[in-house]
Design a protein around this ligand. Structure first.
Ligand code: CAA
Length: 285
């Protein structure tokens, strides 16, 4: 069954979606990347091109391999082109109205066997599945930033997910070189339920002026052997994404541990979202 999987759609080609499209194309899948308009499509294609060029420059990919990958990637602004794919991974912004629009279209357009996956990090996969007439074929497939590098893929199942759907998606995750873990549909799933409150705590320390941003980052990096400190990581993940995860944890558990740091909320309100907006905890020159 899994062997027959060869066509994948990716809806939304922001940082995550572009990385996800790249991962599938590198693993030999035919990929159709979909964006809302030509400008967004060009930006998405630009993300993939940049990442592949970097891999070629570093000698990690030959020119020949690169052209093979390019030939497997198709970019379009028409969701209708997804009629025939085996799996769709949705990676549009974290708003339920957008998910409703995308999943409504996918449910109508894609063949009945197509599995619909969401890369959401803060919305309920169960609610997203309920937007379709095929909730048994809807799962979360949650990647980590940068998607081409990070090895984890959370496979999020709901009370409605068919066991076979979860099995197929788990196998597909292995085929693209990820380590899948199956988790239930609870706020933050597993990784973000631990990682984002840790980032939030680092913001609280910073807000209380316990140490500078550099000292906080350096302390954690050196103490725990992590590749980057929590404030650098927050900038990379996006402060809006961090806040959305904190708010969903708070909504679900009403536990003070999960209250977003006031500074995090204010920075998002001010449009300081981290790397994607050019300014977060860093980037102020
Ligand atoms: N796209 C593609 N490849 C990238 C990349 C990107 N954006 N950024 C880095 N890379 C690749 C590099 O090409 C390099 O590849 P090779 O080893 O094959 O040469 C490799 O990653 C290491 O990169 P660098 O040497 O440039 O830099 P680094 O050693 O500092 O690593 C990092 C960069 C991989 C981002 C590393 O700092 C890291 O792992 N940071 C932690 C990331 C993390 O925790 N992510 C999870 C965030 S939580 C999340 O995403 C979930 C959510 O829902 C919020």
């Amino acid at each position: 069954m899994v062997q027959e999987f060869d066509k994948v759609g990716v809806v939304g080609l922001g940082t995550m979606g572009a990385g996800i499209a790249e991962v599938f194309a590198r693993a030999g899948f035919d990929v159709i990347g979909v964006e809302i308009d030509q400008a967004a499509l060009d930006r998405g294609r630009g993300h993939v091109d940049k990442s592949l060029s970097r891999a070629v420059a570093k000698g990690k990919l030959t020119e020949e391999e690169r052209s093979g990958i390019d030939s497997r990637l198709v970019f379009t602004t028409s969701r209708e082109d997804l009629a025939d794919v085996d799996l769709v991974v949705e990676a549009v912004p974290e708003r339920m109205d957008l998910k409703r629009d995308v999943f409504g279209d996918l449910d109508r357009i894609c063949k009945t066997e197509t599995i619909l996956a969401t890369n959401t990090s803060s919305l309920s996969v169960t609610e997203i599945a309920a937007l379709t007439g095929r909730p048994g074929k809807v799962v979360g497939l949650h990647f980590f930033n940068p998607a081409p590098v990070m090895k984890l893929a959370e496979v999020i199942t709901t009370v409605s997910t068919d066991p076979e759907t979860a099995d197929v998606v788990t196998e597909v995750a292995k085929r693209i070189g990820k380590t899948p873990v199956t988790v239930g549909d609870r706020a933050g799933f597993v990784a973000n339920a631990l990682l984002v409150p840790y980032i939030n705590d680092a913001i609280r320390l910073y807000e209380r002026k316990v140490a500078t941003r550099e000292e906080i980052d350096e302390a954690v990096k050196k103490a725990a052997g992590l590749p980057m400190g929590p404030l650098t990581l927050a900038d990379m993940v996006g402060l809006d994404v961090c806040l959305a995860v904190m708010d969903v944890l708070w909504e679900e558990y009403r536990d003070k541990r999960y209250a977003a740091a006031p500074l995090l909320r204010r920075m998002v309100a001010a449009g300081r979202l981290g790397r994607k907006s050019g300014r977060g905890f860093y980037g102020d020159g």
